[in-house]
Design a protein around this ligand. Sequence first.
Ligand code: SF4
Ligand code: SF4
Length: 381
Amino acid sequence: MHDIDAILGKMREAIPAGPVRIKEAVEGGRKVVGCYCAYTPYEVIRAAGAIPATLCATSEKPIAAAEEHLPRNLCPLVKASYGFALTDTCPYFHFCDLVVGETTCDGKKKMYEIMDRLRPTHVMQLPQTVSEEAVGQWRTEIERLARRLEEALGTVVTEEALRREIAWRNEERRVMSDLYELSKLNPAPLSGREVHVVNEYFKISFGDPGMLDLIRDLTRKLRENYEAGERRVSPDRRRIIVTGCPTGKSVEKVFNAIEENGGVIVAFENCGGIKPNYELVDESLPPYEALARKYLDIPCSCMTPNDKRLDLLEDLAGEYAAEGMVDLILQACHTYNVESFQVHERMESMGIPCITVETDYYQGDVEQLNTRMGAFVEMMG
Ligand code: SF4
Ligand code: SF4
């Protein structure tokens, strides 16, 4: 089998085995801390000796159960997060000792109040703007998280451990960025759906150096083969950036609609893609200050103003030679939905067509998505 397909196949096979690896880690005495958001400073959780695990939140399956307690007109990501916890169907939630949440959007922060009944939930008070004062507040919150972890896990978070974990997490970010940046090549050496597989694989790598090596191998092989003339993606495909709400299993239908109708996704700006990875933690600063500066600077739509996201999109559109932008909005996500107007404005100023796709986790709109994406790609000529 072709070496690149073999590596991607290995990654696809590893993804469903994530829960087994967590179960074995717990049986070996490790603690697990559940997380939902890109603002969670994984470095602190790792410095406390625990495994930060991204909890399930991207399937429609537990939504009906969640709606017994939550309103129907709430973002599917919030409902799925709570529904998985309520029905005990997320294996990571099942094994976690503590959940860490943040006051990002209204739906999430109110949901955490009732999630705390299912599992101890520590909520970090995230400032909603970026300023020196906010950096100070966020630094205090990160220190408060460290104290809560020490108390919950019976451990001590040392400066040495924090520095070690900051360096490691930075290395993880570099490895992912190296892979993402390959798609600046024209034509891209791999499809967006393949990048998405690597994103899902990275999520369940839990800091394993061997698994990170496999991502490095993939990047190296893709580059070597490309330089040797291999083209896995047709140059006729229109280059599209996906931005907006977090991605995951149930919105793969949008990626399929783009890539089965003449497009190729060259970058995912969303959380789970470039947004949390493109900037590193400054290793020359005191650890808590460095973490506060890095994480507060993530351009999520819960921040106001959030010009940094628009600037990032403009930079990415140029660097990745984008021909179109798809703004993916989960139903009832007010912050991303409102910000969509500014995303359109910014892309229009660059002459880049932009389309907003509002969807939920159900698969009833697959046909409609295909029609819309087909027309969008065709319009690019
Ligand atoms: S989009 Fe915002 S709230 Fe959602 S995971 Fe990313 S940073 Fe967190
Ligand atoms: S997608 Fe929007 S509404 Fe849903 S959890 Fe993220 S920020 Fe909140």
